[in-house]
Design a protein around this ligand. Structure first.
Ligand SMILES: NC(=O)c1ccc[n+]([C@@H]2O[C@H](COP(=O)([O-])OP(=O)(O)OC[C@H]3O[C@@H](n4cnc5c(N)ncnc54)[C@H](O)[C@@H]3O)[C@@H](O)[C@H]2O)c1
Length: 274
């Protein structure tokens, strides 16, 4: 028996990275999945992969900056599979990257359109069909950048922080309807979003990510898919409004401080006594 048997899910940004891994895992666990993305070719490939493994999925081209597109993706789930149980607002971009004084207002707004407005649309249009289903699970991909700032990712950090707080206010509003609203805060996960356009590409990014946190490897899309599955499933039926950190420990503290920088060890007394 799968953990999502009989459930119907819509996943945005499912042509690549975490969304792709989640679509494949959700289908493996018995869900029927509407795979959505701007990238039609990538999305169709995910659908074929799911079908080849015996799962159920359809592709719906969706630009998450469009409220009409998001509503259409949710309507497709109901039309195709008869109900909606899970919405995973996951599509993302790095957006406006760089020095604060060089960020254009237009790029700031485009970042928020993908990262913050889209989860709002996803939540808004899931409410009616989930009420009909007797409840549901809405998940959004926030980020550890939404909890702590990241230099050069000002718009991204602010947009993801908004997702964390929207998750909480929506959870309060929708608890009575048995609609749970949670988000995931990934740390550094090896996906095209991280390595596209970066010198050294995927391999260099993997080496850099491995040094960032106590667990010395880059995050994998499957690490996030596993959390998404948990939140989507009935195992998480008493969890709402949570920002689940999946980051190999990057938010625990400063991993760059080593023992030798702390002196000789033992008891360190008042600083005026040598
Ligand atoms: N990779 C990381 O280290 C990391 C860390 C924290 C959070 N995140 C977040 O995880 C989520 C998934 O990203 P990923 O790392 O898997 O990257 P990815 O680039 O592999 O996947 C993102 C997907 O979103 C799609 N997308 C982008 N803009 C879209 C739009 N307007 N409409 C529809 N689809 C669109 C892309 O085509 C792509 O398929 C994003 O929200 C991202 O911000 C990533």
């Amino acid at each position: 028996m799968g953990k999502l048997d009989g459930k119907v899910a819509v996943i945005t940004g499912a042509a690549s990275g975490m969304g792709r891994a989640s679509a494949i895992l959700f289908a493996k666990e018995g869900a029927s999945v509407v795979v959505t993305d701007l990238n039609s070719q990538g999305g169709e490939m995910v659908v074929s992969e799911i079908a080849a493994a015996g799962g159920r999925a359809v592709f719906q081209r969706t630009d998450v900056t469009s409220e009409v597109d998001i509503k259409a993706a949710i309507d497709r789930a109901v039309k195709e599979y008869g109900r909606l149980d899970i919405t995973f607002n996951n599509a993302g971009v790095a957006g406006a990257v760089g020095e604060l004084e060089n960020i254009e207002a237009r790029d700031w707004d485009r970042t928020f359109a993908v990262l913050t407005r889209a989860p709002f649309f996803g939540i808004k249009h899931s409410i009616a069909p989930m009420r009909k289903s007797g409840g549901g699970s809405i998940i959004s991909t926030a980020s550890t950048a939404g909890i702590r700032g990241v230099a050069g990712l000002h718009a991204y950090s602010a947009a993801k922080a908004a997702v964390v707080n929207l998750t909480q206010s929506a959870a309060i509003a929708l608890g009575h309807d048995r609609i749970r609203v949670n988000c995931i805060c990934p740390g550094g996960v090896l996906t095209p979003l991280i390595y596209r356009g970066v010198p050294g590409g995927e391999e260099a990014a993997e080496r850099n990510l491995a040094r960032m946190q106590p667990i010395p490897r880059a995050g994998r899309p499957e690490d996030i898919a596993a959390m998404a599955l948990f939140l989507a499933s009935d195992d998480a039926q008493w969890i709402t409004g949570a920002a689940m950190i999946v980051d190999g420990g990057v938010t625990t503290g400063n991993v760059r401080i080593r023992m030798e920088q702390l002196g000789t060890g033992g008891f360190s007394g008042p600083s005026f006594e040598r």
